[in-house]
Design a protein around this ligand. Sequence first.
Ligand SMILES: [Zn+2]
Length: 93
Amino acid sequence: MAFFEKRERKLDDKKKPDKKKKFKRRKVCRICTNPEIAISYRDLRTLTYFVSDKGKIVSRRISGICAKHQRQLSKAIKRSRNLALMPFVVGMQ
Ligand SMILES: [Zn+2]
């Protein structure tokens, strides 16, 4: 019956990694899911959400936004920077 014991142990070993498996949440574009958000260079509330505390535009990899909206967003942020609504850099001396 040693054979069966070995087999059981193997099954237990197989179960372990499933428990430790990291739960990966699939990122969904917030702007796609929420049609109320309109990207505009004047809408600083939404723009500041996608800008780091140093004033840099947060990458798509981190914000989880889709390519289309990232393009629109970066354009809007750059536009509002040129109009001095948003800073280019924060905390530089
Ligand atoms: Zn999107």
